[in-house]
Write a new protein. Structure first.
Length: 377
């Protein structure tokens, strides 16, 4: 039995909806399916304004434009994240100030943020790793005190919550990803959530190449033209059609993924009790959305051996992220302190296969093989 790391979920209606857009002759952006997707997010999560984009990366770049990030501005970002979280602000000339993770959770350690703030700090970007919420009350209090913007990189956090609040809807701006590897997909796609009212109008303009085209089609202005900077951040209706076919099945997808997550947690608990591995820590204020399941090994060497052990048995487990402050692009620019928790997750964290169609039988085999690996350790 070969068990892949990921297998994208398909509802079965994707091609049907895509063919509808083609037959209607409406394949460019911001048409019927895009509006259906926006309405879905606004109804389900009560988001103020949402804009479907070609990726989460694009939604992050839009965030940087909306906050008018300029050369010299500083943006605080966890080092344990995907490159796009930082790149979006680097593109505007910002200085990235990297923050560490918690000891027992890859999310940004909110107690370490305040010491990173200077008079140049403009924004804090939090990443809800594995769909598990950051400590938002603490981050909000810091942002309030120093008048900073908050962006939530909620790429992994769809339908996940901080206390009762949906992630992506708490900061000034939030971003989601529908990349093939996420819970809800359309190949490549993303969403910008605009929570801060002052950004609502301008977000739509930046999204539509710096024009007021969207307002024109609503009949609010009698001609449209170039009114601001912008780019082609809106995605094709073909992608919106794909996405909508997935959104209709969100409940079912999330339920199954959370079940698989819980099976791993329960099954591997004895190894955590005996301190051979560590399991994810879900703070009381956070939910999890079955986006990914990871274990933390006791060393890089042990993790490498475990990856090989599983691969020899047909199981594909993968690691990520390399600390961004130590990346090839950034290491020469980095002037901050050591970030030991981030480095430890980079070395020791291992993601296990988690996808809708993963059978209980396959999952039991994965768990059994991990027990075998640790038998004599
Ligand atoms: C996947 C991911 C992204 C990038 O999303 P794209 O839609 O591929 O641009 C950004 N940040 C985090 C934390 C991610 O997991």
């Amino acid at each position: 039995m070969k068990i892949p790391f990921n297998k994208p979920y398909l509802s079965g209606k994707e091609l049907y909806y895509i063919s509808t857009t083609i037959h209607n002759g409406r394949t460019a952006g911001n048409n019927d399916f895009t509006k259906k997707c926006h309405a879905f997010f606004q109804d389900k999560f009560q988001f103020n304004k949402t804009l479907f984009t070609t990726s989460c990366t694009d939604a992050l770049e839009m965030s940087a434009l909306l906050m008018k990030i300029q050369p010299g501005d500083e943006v605080i970002i966890p080092s344990y994240t995907f490159v796009s979280t930082a790149n979006a602000f680097v593109l505007r000339g910002a200085k990235i100030v990297f923050a560490d993770s918690y000891v027992n959770n890859p999310n940004i350690d909110s107690s370490g943020i305040e010491k990173l703030i200077t008079h140049k700090t403009k924004a804090i970007v939090v990443v809800h790793y594995a769909g598990v919420a950051c400590n938002m009350d603490e981050v909000l209090a810091i942002a309030e005190k120093y008048k900073l913007f908050i962006v939530e990189d909620a790429a992994q956090a769809i339908d996940s919550y901080y206390k009762e609040k949906p992630l992506g809807g708490i900061g000034d701006l939030g971003t989601f990803s529908f990349h093939e590897t996420k819970n809800i997909i359309c190949g490549e796609g993303g969403l910008l959530v605009v929570n801060e009212q002052q950004f609502t109008k301008r977000a739509e303009i930046i999204w539509e190449k710096g024009t007021n085209r969207a307002a024109f089609f609503r009949g609010e202005v009698n001609k449209y033209g170039w009114v601001d900077i912008g780019s082609s951040f809106l995605a094709s209706e073909i992608l919106a059609a794909f996405l909508y076919a997935q959104l209709e099945h969100m409940e079912e997808i999330q339920t199954r993924r959370k079940e698989i997550w819980q099976n791993y947690y329960d099954g591997l608990l004895p190894l955590a009790t005996s301190e051979k591995i560590a399991l994810p820590h879900i703070p009381e204020y956070a939910s999890q959305n079955g986006h990914l399941f990871y274990i933390t090994c006791n060393s890089l060497e042990e993790r490498s051996l475990l990856i090989k052990y599983l691969r020899d048995r047909g199981i594909y487990a993968v690691f990520h992220y390399l600390s961004l402050h130590k990346s090839k692009f950034f290491e020469n620019q980095y002037t901050g302190e050591a970030l030991p928790n981030c480095d430890r997750f980079a070395d020791n964290l291992l993601r296990l296969p988690l996808f809708y169609e993963l059978t209980n039988e396959a999952q039991q085999k994965i768990i059994a093989d991990i027990f075998d690996f640790y038998k004599d350790r």
